[in-house]
Design a protein around this ligand. Sequence first.
Ligand SMILES: [Zn+2]
Length: 400
Amino acid sequence: MSIEKEIKELAARYRDYTAENLSEIVKIPSLSGQEGPVIEKLKEQAQEAGFDEVWIDGLGNLIGRVGNGPRKLAIDAHIDVVDTGDLSQWKYPPFSGLIKDGMVHGRGSVDQKGGAASMITAGRILKELGYDGKFTVYFTFTIMEEDCDGMCWLYMIEKEKFVPDFVVLTEPTNLGVYRGHRGRMEIEIHFKGKSAHASAPERGDNAILKAAKAALGIAELHKRLRVDEFLGKGSVAPTIIESRSPSQCAIPDFCMLYLDRRLTWGETKETAIAEVREVVGEEPEIIVPIYRRESYKGTVFEQEKYFPTWKFPEDHPLVRSGAEAYERLFGEKARIGKWTFSTNGVAIAGRHGIPAIGFGPGNEIYAHAPNEATPIDHLEKASAFYAMLPYVLEEKIKGW
Ligand SMILES: [Zn+2]
């Protein structure tokens, strides 16, 4: 029997098992910074599935290993979730993990515990096939992504020196093979003024007015940002304004303007800051804020809030292997695409240039939305895809 046929049969046999594993982890809420209990549950699931080794790193990420090959393939799911929002908009309670009408329901089922459950099954399939190829396959269940995308991976790469050759991100792609997304950064601009009694504004220098003028300039800047054929347009928008003043009857001597910047291909931290500098002039201070928050294990690993853009060409060996794995398994051409949102790829591919693709169950339009639910069909197909990829990669990449 061909390898793809064997894998498909196993994925179908484990269809309910995958759905039930997903249901179990959806039932455990895991906001960023509070992932301990769900990591413990996934550790149990990975051990029960027969992974060769399962451990938790210094930050709190869970890593499961299958195989002993000289090359490293990592398959990644972040397992933290965003909050529920307005409960009255949910048809079923957000942490029900309800399995109904061919779907698994609940917060995180799409973004992105569905990928995690399919990964557990893929590990089980590889073990059952006695996988002994050129890859060691690492299944990474990572934390705090919703709060600071990629930080968990910067930790693994820079602190734990875990550097894979290839990475698959299992964020929802509706079973398309994705090859990039826009990056992003956050920018704070500090305007200084001079306070005076507000009954005589001309005696002072109003920091709010400086920030307001800059905000209008930023709106103009947005219009002229560049467009990439694949990733789309860069964007910039003021999102927070905060001023300080000795009293409501005084001219404010400080104002902070906060910007959300999405970076398309060719835009970097340096180019983005230079553009803002041009709008606001020499005087105000421009700052890229630092993310600093304790993980559930009490570890702090800080990073600048800069999340670089990444994409790989359609003919990249990893993108082609992903497309071929899909085609051999499901007998149709893979849809190649990109995410609208940001993922751990910003650290893996954006900062460190490690080749990455995306492939995940569920539709990204349900991410962060009420009534999140993922089709069990997708879970089954994703588990087959993750198990198939190391075989295809090994064939595809000659000379190893
Ligand atoms: Zn996500």
